[in-house]
Design a protein around this ligand. Sequence first.
Ligand code: ACO
Length: 329
Amino acid sequence: VRTPLMFEYQLLERARADRKHVVLPESGDDRILTAAAILLRRGVADLTLLGQENEVRARASTLGLDLDAARVVSPTDPELVERFAAEYARLRAHKGVTLEEARGRVTDISYFGTMMVQLGMADGMVSGAVNTTAHTIRPALEFVKTRPGVRSVSSVFLMCLADRVLVYGDCAVIPDPTAEQLADIAISSADTARAFDVEPRVAMLSYSTGSSGSGAEVEKVRRATELVRERAPELPLEGPIQYDAAIDPDVARTKLPGSSVAGRATVFVFPDLNTGNNTYKAVQRSAGAVAVGPVLQGLNKPVNDLSRGALVDDIVNTVAITCVQAQTL
Ligand code: ACO
């Protein structure tokens, strides 16, 4: 039995055990400052905030927060801007980016924070309490790029139910994945599950189980399942499969007798973003699950996006997740 509280406790303990350095670009948001103070007090991470030092320190003192241990870096620091611009222009030369354009781009806090990670000045970045998903992750897509063997960046939510943790992917990034992208999502989601102590048994979800249904959407999932079997033959996998057959042993016995995954799946791969995004929200809002994420996966270095509705606890958890990812990458 693994309750949501146990999951959060273990997560923070793991981050503390091998402390990493995370950059938080959105220092203008009080939730970020409050989360930063909690993270520092509990020794979960070392932190850099982006902003003007006097303003950040003044706001912290107004809020009664101890942020003495945080570094504050100005995203307009001329030396850093010059260095980051040169690096950005170099990495994006194939797109025709000039040094002048690069200078403008890297003063955007998402680019600035991501460049700190790229250059090893921080181990990871967490942003998105104020900015959109696209704004937060585009710099990482442009130059942090994907890990060897993975072509697409995707995401999972760690769904903390009353007694266990399930992994749902992709619920936040790729709107309409191809079979190849769906295979990437499955393999990355299994890796992320392992990283957070969930033994992966992967269900490739569809409105059809086994060979019962047909249609282009089912074919896509069937093809993706074959691709995963080729690329990761040792991974316990079933698909296409419906959610009930994936989760419920009784339904599994009727619909897919003999399957080692049906009825006991832990990783659920949705066929597209409409299904994935609405399903995670339905389980979160109507079944009381704690949804931790989105956890971005497939990148060379960890960058994570917050929901604009994020609570202070969500920010604390996301920073801890980023630290654990940095430990294992
Ligand atoms: N994996 C790897 N690289 C990618 C990916 C991906 N999934 N998507 C885009 N890229 C790369 C492109 O190849 C391109 O690289 P290049 O510039 O070197 O050629 C670069 O990123 C920019 O590509 P665009 O096609 O311009 O992508 P854009 O930045 O417009 O969009 C994004 C990417 C933001 C991920 C988009 O797919 C998106 O908006 N997804 C949905 C996000 C969303 O609304 N989620 C739901 C809400 S989140 C929630 O509810 C928690």
